[in-house]
Ligand binder design. Structure first.
Ligand code: MHF
Ligand code: KIV
Ligand code: MG
Length: 262
């Protein structure tokens, strides 16, 4: 049976199944098919695709149009997992109306089942409340929110001081209160992620946030060893970049030597 937002919520609230939620990213039909076939519970079309698939240094340049193209491609490959799409930088921060329009495009045009927004300050909480009122399920995202890299000055761990940790916990609680069905905790101390996970009724999905989260997410290009670099918290389960270079090299060698075509 296909995964629903309702099932993700009940997962934590009933403790069934008694295992963490698995989330992997995708950016095109092949990566979508691969992680769906692998049995991931949620497929996230993350705006990290700006870096992984489009070659930008940050996630900021990604447009709504770029995201729609990728999300539609992933949709065609995902049959079972819940499909969540990141809203691109400045497609939702400018007003509640803009957020509804951008989220609506992801649901109507790309077939997303939920959208993810970064941040948990007052304005974002109000936006989440309004989107949820219109029937748009929201995944929150706090801690290291890459769309704010210009404020952080790098992809650094967040929540290391007590004041910062208190703020991140308060943001997570406010997002839950506003109706988010789950929340990503990115690159924060393990103890803070544990405290947030204990304080919330909605599932926490960690990335570089330790073992106490209700689920885990990684960028699939990192998991496969396809990306040119990986963040310190990523676990690399295959070495596909090296294998791909060798396969392509072999093709070039065989064509040049007349071995292929035979
Ligand atoms: N391939 C890929 N994987 C990701 O997990 C990912 C992306 N891209 N792009 C968007 C964000 C950026 N992420 C990152 C990127 C780098 C670090 C990293 O290297 N952090 C260092 C310090 C970096 C600094 O000080 O500038 C660390 O030790 O925390 C962490 C998270 C996570 N996300
Ligand atoms: C890593 C996840 C949480 C993400 O936001 C992304 O891939 O853009
Ligand atoms: Mg993202």
């Amino acid at each position: 049976m296909a995964v629903s937002v309702d099932r993700i919520l009940r997962w934590k609230q009933t403790g069934t199944p008694a295992q963490p939620i698995t989330v992997l990213t995708a950016w095109d039909v092949m990566s979508g098919q691969i992680v769906d076939q692998a049995g991931a519970d949620i497929v996230l079309v993350g705006d990290s695709l700006a870096m992984v698939a489009l070659g930008y240094d940050t996630t900021l340049p990604l447009t709504t149009e770029d995201m729609l193209i990728c999300a539609k491609a992933v949709r065609r490959g995902v049959k079972n997992a819940l499909l969540v799409v990141d809203l691109p930088f400045l497609s939702y921060q400018t007003s509640v109306e803009d957020a509804i329009r951008a989220a609506g495009q992801m649901l109507k045009e790309a077939g997303a089942q939920a959208v993810k927004l970064e941040g948990g300050h007052e304005g974002m909480v109000e936006t989440v409340r309004r989107l949820v009122q219109w029937g748009i399920p929201i995944m929150g995202h706090v801690g290291l929110t890459p769309q704010s890299i210009n404020q952080f000055g790098g992809f650094r761990k967040q929540g290391k001081t007590e004041a910062e940790a208190d703020r991140i916990l308060a943001e997570a609680k406010a997002l839950e209160q506003a109706g988010a069905f789950s929340i990503v905790l990115e690159h924060i101390p393990v103890e803070l992620a544990r405290d947030i996970t204990k304080a919330l009724r909605i599932p926490t999905i960690g990335i570089g946030a330790g073992v106490h989260c209700d689920g885990q997410v990684l960028v699939t290009a990192d998991v496969l060893g396809l990306s040119a670099w990986q963040p310190p918290f990523a676990k690399v389960y295959a070495n596909l970049r090296q294998q791909a270079v060798e396969a392509a090299q072999q093709f070039c060698t065989e064509v040049r030597s007349g071995q292929y075509p035979a």
